[in-house]
Design a protein around this ligand. Structure first.
Ligand code: DX5
Ligand code: ZN
Length: 218
């Protein structure tokens, strides 16, 4: 029921392929790829060529998290590079519905992301169009930050709305997830959990991943 999406942001980029294969063998369900442009967030990471390079080395879905301004300009490139999910920030999309349709037009599953302070009311009218809602539980830009627990009530509120409307939407959580912080989020109804430092910064990644998953399923 609980899916773990290791974030390669905390992996060793000098051997990225092996790092992805290691978490796949350890039981990861998705690979989370953090795309940052130095404008929407104060950091620069990777682009479509990294997605393209990783596509043939894993069978897991590639979950591409766009933390960029003007995502519309890059969606086709990420789709053609092999993204399975593309998530865009509501704060970065002037015409969110158009952006979501653009993602779907390439056969990619669209998702929308909310920063910690952004209310769920901002996505009320897009829920019928998305496969995924991603809640940031840190301010986007860096791995290894502290979990912001005030997001949990938002997760619970959205989970209730999804149930009331009978929608089939996954709730994903990103930022500061570990064995402890996964627990309230899973209880609130989230099903996919990104974990960067809590997996890649550990000596035994497989053990770390399985412990986080077990804590979420308990
Ligand atoms: C932050 C990224 C996250 C990050 C999570 O902007 O979106 O995916 O890699 O890292 P941890 O799990 O270390 O908080
Ligand atoms: Zn992310």
């Amino acid at each position: 029921m609980i899916k773990i999406a290791p974030s390669i942001l905390s992996a060793n980029f000098a051997k990225l392929g092996e790092e992805v294969k290691e978490v796949e063998a350890a039981g990861a369900e998705l690979i989370h790829i953090d795309v940052m442009d130095g404008h929407f967030v104060p950091n620069i990471t990777m682009g479509p060529i990294v997605v393209e390079a990783l596509r043939p080395i894993t069978t897991l879905p590639l979950d591409v998290h766009l933390m960029i301004e003007n995502p519309d300009a890059y969606i086709e490139q990420f789709a053609k590079a092999g993204a399975d999910y593309i998530t865009v920030h509501v704060e970065a999309c002037r015409h969110l519905h158009r952006t979501i349709q653009l993602i779907r037009s390439f056969g990619v599953k669209p998702g929308v992301v909310l920063n910690p302070h952004t209310p769920i009311e901002s996505i009320q009218h897009i829920l019928e169009d998305v496969d995924l809602v991603l809640f940031m539980t840190v301010n986007p830009g860096f791995g290894g930050q502290k979990f912001i627990s005030s997001v949990v009530p938002k997760v619970e509120a959205l989970s209730n709305i999804i149930k009331e409307r009978g929608l089939n939407i996954d709730i994903e959580i990103d930022g500061g997830i570990n064995e402890e912080t996964i627990v309230p989020c899973a209880k609130a109804g989230a099903t996919i959990f990104v974990a960067g430092s809590a997996i890649y910064n550990q000596a035994d990644r497989a053990n770390a991943l399985q412990r986080i998953k077990a804590a979420g399923e308990a």
